[in-house]
Each structure stands twice: as structure tokens, then as C-alpha cells.
Design a protein around this ligand. Structure first.
Ligand SMILES: *[C@@H]1O[C@H](CO)[C@@H](O)[C@H](O)[C@H]1NC(C)=O
Ligand SMILES: *[C@@H]1O[C@H](CO)[C@@H](O)[C@H](O)[C@H]1NC(C)=O
Ligand SMILES: *[C@@H]1O[C@H](CO)[C@@H](O)[C@H](O)[C@H]1NC(C)=O
Ligand SMILES: *[C@@H]1O[C@H](CO)[C@@H](O)[C@H](O)[C@H]1NC(C)=O
Ligand SMILES: *[C@@H]1O[C@H](CO)[C@@H](O)[C@H](O)[C@H]1NC(C)=O
Ligand SMILES: *[C@@H]1O[C@H](CO)[C@@H](O)[C@H](O)[C@H]1NC(C)=O
Ligand SMILES: *[C@@H]1O[C@H](CO)[C@@H](O)[C@H](O)[C@H]1NC(C)=O
Ligand SMILES: *[C@@H]1O[C@H](CO)[C@@H](O)[C@H](O)[C@H]1NC(C)=O
Ligand SMILES: *[C@@H]1O[C@H](CO)[C@@H](O)[C@H](O)[C@H]1NC(C)=O
Length: 464
């Protein structure tokens, strides 16, 4: 009897692991201008041997184009739909009937991700209502799939590392107090009960770039030549990615759950960025993603120090550099490919290519912080017609930012909208950067180390 029980439980584990694909996934984001069509994009991904694709929605055109391919798919139920879907199973059934059933099983949908970052600390919307609706929405969709006889699709949600209050050392991993007593246990109970997988955005780049003096770049880039021992657990780490994953596993265990598997819903490294964004370069991006792919495709699977041998389905962000992404410059440089389809650097998603066969990479120029003055100027590619309204909104935030631009003011002349806007962007950014302002202004501005005033008057600057 005891022997049977042991056999039975180990069989269960084997079969549930076998459902998960160890082939490298890609986030197919489409927030860019002049991107190849979905049809071409799927051809490109097929030729790159992409194993899985994650979508930010359940776009019917893309799901139709994916039918008949061998690519596994993760679809997302948008955050805006969660409260409604969670309010009544009728709406969950409606979503399954309209967005899922038309494509399944011809399109190999394997995950339904209910929400993206619903528990992030900066989530928009009615937090109470979202938290209360998340698990009912997940359960509604799972119940509806079950009612349609669909068993091989996992329903889950996507979280980011900021669900953790403490993450270092990994054994100290703990969820934020606003979610640890309420919504997190409900999510975990659902995942445990349905043998589902928690999706996590895990970006060593952000952890390292926020603290490059205390975290080794080699450790962040998965080079495997730096080790760190967790004094709490005794586990030895060779990279930051494993530490981040295990800190979540430790946090989960503190809530009493011991077999929740993790998937990486997004990871990667930006290949370019602003002057104040350390380490965003092609050399590091290629190194990180190549090492990541090797780690995730090695046989036998290494897993993590806390969960050795465990498969961690992994989606790299992203397929393309996406020009319409807002935020700092790095946001527009996560792609493996440029919008014109050319690779940003060579990559082999199967992990079988020997690293020494890749062509040499351009050397990393910005692995040390830039030291000096930086200004924020109108980007050279900007259409001037969009400047007046940006200028007036920047200048009305307070009455000091643009004081020098008033008639007779120090920087009034030359009276050109580009000149005035560059002054206003520099002035605003210099004043508010330490409160989180970035030099972007909806894509109208860029950082520069060359004083845009050319010495005519005093443009405020940031000293790095
Ligand atoms: C998904 O991405 C596409 C392309 O960027 C965008 O048009 C769409 O609004 C996004 N959907 C959601 C739900 O965010
Ligand atoms: C859910 O919606 C259906 C259809 O609108 C309605 O008949 C049913 O009473 C609702 N259930 C609940 C619990 O509100
Ligand atoms: C947020 O949702 C809760 C519960 O669903 C509701 O009671 C509350 O009025 C909502 N708050 C706002 C500001 O809409
Ligand atoms: C673990 O976290 C606690 C509280 O955040 C902190 O006081 C403690 O120093 C941490 N342990 C280690 C080993 O860093
Ligand atoms: C880096 O580590 C040192 C020594 O452990 C600590 O004093 C310092 O606060 C850390 N810096 C940051 C940015 O965490
Ligand atoms: C790790 O390897 C890289 C690349 O070979 C090398 O540049 C770096 O110095 C090594 N770091 C350590 C700590 O050995
Ligand atoms: C998780 O699921 C397993 C198997 O279904 C069950 O035995 C266990 O009690 C569950 N754990 C929790 C904390 O609910
Ligand atoms: C990769 O190529 C190098 C040099 O050609 C060779 O020494 C090494 O054994 C190869 N590694 C693997 C894993 O094939
Ligand atoms: C600018 O605003 C501050 C407070 O908002 C006010 O005290 C000051 O008088 C204003 N200065 C000018 C020149 O309008």
C-alpha cells in the first residue's frame, strides 16, 4: 500500500512535468511601427525554432495563423476584463466560447494567463475589486474549460518581482504584506489545486542596474563564474536569475505551499538605452540571452538550487524592438530582432550552437556608470508640430521650469519651438528626475552629453 502510494505520487509528478515544454518561448509584442505582419512574424518565429509564444491578449488573427503550427501558445485575459469575468461565471464562459474555443485545439494553446501584473505595486484601477476578482476569474475560466472537456490547458496569472517585500538572500523571500494574507494565498490555493504554474517576470537586468556596485555583472549575466551562498539555506548560487526564482519559491513556502512550479513570463536584457542606463548594450544582451537559453535547454535540466532538475518554461522578451513602447530608452530595445527583421545579435533558441561559433560582439561601452553632465533635448527625428502642446504642458507644471523662456528671459532667444522645448525638457527633467521623471516626454526627447544651449544661455542639466 505504502509502496503503491509512493509510486503513484512519483508518476503524477513525472506526467505533470512532461506537459510543460522546455523549448524557449518568446513574447510576441506588437507595440512598434513598421513591424512585420503577424503572418511574416510567425514565419520568422518558426524559422527561429521558437517553441512557445506569449501574447498580451487573445488576438484572433494571430491565433488563427498559429493553427497547425507546432508552437505552444500562452494567451492573456486583459486586466480590464478581470473584474467583469470574476463577477459571474457566465462571463468566463463567454470569454472561453468567444476567444478560446474557435482556436482550440488546432492552435496549441497551453496557458491562459488571467491578467498581467495584477498584484504589482503600481497597478492601475480599483485594487480591492481586482484582488477580489482575480481568483474567481481564474476559477471561472478553468471551470468553463473543464465543462468543454479541455484538460491540458493551465490557467494562471502573471506576477512581477515586486510582489516580494524581501528577496535577499533568497531564503528571506517574503510576499508584500498587502497581498500575503489575502489574495496571494487564494492564488496559490488555486494553482496548487489545479496543478498550474505561476508565471513571473524575472529581470536580473533591473535588479543589477539598480545596484551595480553590490551585484556582480558576471552573476547577473549568468556567466557561472561567481558564486554566492545563502546564509539562511546554505544553498550556493551561480547566478542572479536563480536567486530571484528561489526567493519567490521561499515566499510561497512561507504560505504553506510546497509544489508550486514557476515559469518565466518575461526575461531578457536591453541592447541599448539612455546615457543614465548602465549596462544596456548588445554585448550584455547577447551574453545574457545566450547563457539563459543554454541554461534552460541543458540536459539534464539544472533547475535552480532550491528546485534542482525542475523545468522552468521561459519566455524571452521580446521578438522585436518595439518603437512605440513608452518609458526610458531601454523599453524600446528588448528585441532579438529589429523592426526590419534583421537580428540585433546572433541567437540560437535551441541552445545547441556552440558559443564559440557566434561572431564577435561589439565591446560593451557602458558597463560603468557615465560620469558627467546630461541634458534632455528634442530628439532629432521629432516632427515639430507635436512640440507646442508638449512645451505648454511641461511649462505649466510649475512657474519656474520655463521662467527663462519668458520674453526678455535668459533663454528666450532664439524664439524657436525646438530651442524652447529643449530648454523646457532639460529644465523639467533636471528638476524632477529624482522624483522619477524620465527624459522621454512621450518619445519627443532624448538624453545628450552635448550641451544643447551651445553656451548661449544656461540650460539646466543633471550631473551623473
Ligand atoms: C496588445 O498589444 C497590441 C499591440 O501593441 C495592442 O494593440 C493591444 O491593445 C494590446 N492588448 C492589450 C489587452 O493590452
Ligand atoms: C450571472 O449572469 C447570468 C446571465 O446574465 C444571470 O442569469 C445570473 O443570475 C448571474 N449570476 C449571478 C450569481 O449573479
Ligand atoms: C472598488 O471596488 C470595491 C469592491 O468591489 C467597491 O466597494 C468600491 O466602491 C470600489 N471603489 C471605487 C473607487 O470604485
Ligand atoms: C532577512 O530579512 C530580515 C527582515 O527584512 C532582515 O532583518 C534580515 O537581516 C534578513 N536576513 C539576512 C540574512 O539578510
Ligand atoms: C552595498 O553594500 C554595502 C555593504 O554591504 C551597503 O552598505 C550598501 O548600502 C549597499 N548599497 C546598496 C545600493 O544597496
Ligand atoms: C567571468 O568571465 C568573464 C568572461 O569570461 C570574465 O570577463 C570575468 O572576469 C570573469 N569573472 C570572474 C569573477 O571570474
Ligand atoms: C496542495 O495540493 C496537494 C495535492 O492536491 C494537497 O495535498 C495539499 O494539501 C495542497 N496544499 C495546500 C497548502 O493546500
Ligand atoms: C565549442 O567549441 C570549442 C572550440 O571549437 C571546443 O573546444 C568546445 O569543446 C566546444 N564545446 C562544445 C560544448 O561543443
Ligand atoms: C510661483 O508659484 C509660487 C507658489 O506656487 C508663488 O509663491 C510665486 O509667487 C510664483 N512666482 C511667480 C513669479 O509667479
Amino acid at each position: 500500500m505504502a509502496l503503491l502510494a509512493v509510486l503513484f505520487s512519483s508518476l503524477l509528478v513525472v506526467s505533470s512535468v512532461a506537459e510543460l515544454s522546455g523549448k524557449i518561448g518568446i513574447n510576441y509584442g506588437r507595440e512598434g511601427d513598421n513591424l512585420p505582419s503577424p503572418y511574416e512574424s510567425i514565419q520568422i518565429m518558426t524559422s527561429m525554432k521558437v517553441g512557445q509564444i506569449k501574447l498580451n491578449d487573445s488576438n484572433p488573427e494571430i491565433l488563427t495563423l498559429l493553427s497547425g503550427t507546432k508552437i505552444h501558445v500562452a494567451v492573456t485575459v486583459p486586466n480590464d476584463d478581470i473584474i467583469r469575468i470574476g463577477s459571474n461565471e457566465t462571463y468566463a464562459e463567454q470569454w472561453v466560447r468567444n476567444s478560446f474555443i474557435p482556436h482550440y485545439p488546432n492552435t496549441l494553446i497551453r496557458f491562459v494567463l488571467v491578467g498581467n501584473g495584477v498584484l504589482n505595486s503600481d497597478i492601475d484601477g480599483n485594487r480591492t475589486a481586482l484582488y477580489d476578482s482575480l481568483v474567481p476569474a481564474m476559477r471561472g475560466i478553468k471551470n468553463s474549460l473543464n465543462a468543454h472537456g479541455i484538460k491540458n490547458v493551465k490557467v494562471t496569472t502573471t506576477l512581477a518581482m515586486d510582489v516580494l517585500q524581501t528577496s535577499f538572500p533568497p531564503s528571506n523571500g517574503t510576499f508584500r504584506s498587502d497581498i500575503s494574507g489575502t489574495v496571494m494565498p487564494r492564488v496559490l490555493k488555486f494553482l496548487n489545486g489545479t496543478r498550474s504554474v505561476l508565471f513571473l517576470d524575472v529581470y536580473p537586468y533591473f535588479a543589477w542596474s539598480a545596484n551595480p556596485t553590490n551585484i556582480s555583472l558576471d552573476f547577473a549575466l549568468l556567466r557561472g563564474n561567481v558564486t554566492q551562498t545563502d546564509p539562511g539555506s546554505g544553498l550556493v548560487y551561480t547566478n542572479l536569475l536563480d536567486q530571484m526564482l528561489d526567493s519567490v519559491t521561499f515566499a510561497i513556502e512561507k504560505l504553506g505551499f510546497h509544489n508550486i512550479r514557476l515559469a518565466i513570463s518575461g526575461t531578457g536584457w536591453p541592447s541599448a538605452g539612455d546615457i543614465d542606463q548602465i549596462g544596456a548594450n548588445i554585448y550584455n544582451a547577447a551574453t545574457y540571452n545566450r547563457n539563459l537559453i543554454r541554461k534552460m535547454t541543458l540536459k539534464p535540466l539544472p533547475g535552480t538550487p532550491k528546485s534542482p532538475g525542475v523545468i522552468v518554461p521561459t519566455f524571452i522578451s521580446s521578438l522585436y524592438d518595439e518603437s512605440r513602447k513608452i518609458g526610458p530608452e531601454t523599453e524600446r530595445h528588448w528585441g532579438l530582432l529589429h523592426a526590419n527583421r534583421t537580428p540585433v545579435y546572433e541567437i540560437d533558441l535551441t541552445g545547441s550552437r556552440n558559443m564559440s561559433e557566434f561572431k564577435p560582439l561589439p565591446p560593451a561601452e557602458n558597463n560603468q556608470p557615465y560620469k558627467g553632465k546630461v541634458w534632455c533635448e528634442v530628439a532629432p527625428w521629432v516632427n515639430e508640430v507635436s512640440l507646442p502642446s508638449a512645451l505648454s504642458s511641461v511649462c505649466t507644471v510649475d512657474n519656474q521650469t520655463c521662467a527663462a523662456l519668458a520674453p526678455g528671459g535668459e533663454c528666450y532667444e532664439p524664439v524657436s519651438v525646438v530651442w524652447h522645448a529643449s530648454y523646457a525638457f532639460s529644465s523639467y527633467w533636471a528638476k524632477y528626475r529624482n522624483q522619477g521623471a524620465i527624459c522621454s516626454f512621450n518619445g519627443l526627447a532624448r538624453e545628450t552629453t552635448v550641451d544643447p544651449s551651445r553656451g548661449r544661455c544656461n540650460f539646466p542639466s543633471v550631473t551623473l
